[in-house]
Design a protein around this ligand. Structure first.
Ligand SMILES: Nc1nc2c(c(=O)[nH]1)N[C@H]1C(S)=C(S)[C@@H](COP(=O)(O)O)O[C@H]1N2
Ligand SMILES: [Mo]
Length: 231
């Protein structure tokens, strides 16, 4: 862990970011939706645990473009840039030195499988944002994977506390086929919004479409409205 000073600065920046996006966050479907569609007991967000059109699986299927890059920990770098005050490139050691968060959350793939109660450990996107300090004009991020994948997320979604850059699953290093050494997760959106083998996060002043979004998949990707394709 870094010096108390640095931790204090991150905490302050984090509070400011939360305040800045509070209104827009309250309008996101997973917070504002008064009639979420799905079945099963409601989860801790008050959503039905199984979003409409999804089937539960205990296994963990692997879904990607077919190229699973191997990135050794000493080669691994995470770049965070775009419209930010302090662009950063983190080594693996520096990444693990940041505040770590453990969380249990669900995973919904648009191809219709859902896996519930997955236990993760990693760094909150919110804490990374607090380090780089997005400028006032920042509205979205583009996340890039080492395999060439890219996907866009609005900041009001990306700054939610369960959005992690995860390196550990169920107490074990995240396996390569699931995006190890480090991937992003977006538990309240379809899982394609979470880049495996994450390499770069670019803060942007407007929305741009990612790989699947360009192919007609939904920009917003909200599971409880069956929001799979762009309209
Ligand atoms: N870099 C990268 N990230 C990716 C993908 C990909 O092809 N490349 N596929 C996405 C899709 S469609 C899903 S459902 C999840 C699958 O994660 P899993 O293979 O660990 O189940 O990763 C997402 N992140
Ligand atoms: Mo997916």
């Amino acid at each position: 862990m870094d010096s108390p000073d640095k931790v204090k600065r991150i905490i302050e920046a984090r509070m400011k970011l939360k305040a800045r996006f509070e209104t827009r966050m309250k309008l996101t479907p997973s917070v504002a939706d008064d009639a979420p569609q799905g079945s099963g007991a409601s989860n801790h967000h008050g959503m039905p645990s199984i979003p409409i059109g999804q089937t539960l699986t205990n296994k963990w299927p692997v879904l990607d473009l077919g190229d699973q890059p191997h990135i050794s920990l000493d080669q691994w770098k995470l770049t965070i840039d775009g419209v930010v005050e302090n662009p950063l490139q983190l080594t693996w050691e520096e990444f693990l030195d940041l505040p770590q968060t453990e969380d249990t959350s669900d995973f919904h793939c648009v191809t219709s499988w859902s896996k519930l109660n997955m236990h993760w450990k990693g760094v909150r996107l919110l804490d990374l944002a607090a380090l780089v300090l997005p400028e006032e004009s920042a509205t979205h991020i583009m996340c890039y994977g080492y395999d060439g994948y890219f996907t866009n997320v609005s900041l009001e979604e990306a700054l939610k506390p369960d959005v992690l850059l995860a390196h550990t699953y169920d107490g074990q290093p995240l396996p390569k086929e699931h995006g190890g050494p480090c991937r992003m997760i977006t538990p309240q959106l379809y899982a394609w919004k979470g880049s495996k083998w994450i390499k770069r996060i670019e803060f942007m002043t407007k929305n741009k479409l990612g790989f699947w979004e360009e192919q007609g998949y939904s920009n917003t990707a909200y599971p409880w409205r069956n929001d799979r394709y762009s309209k």
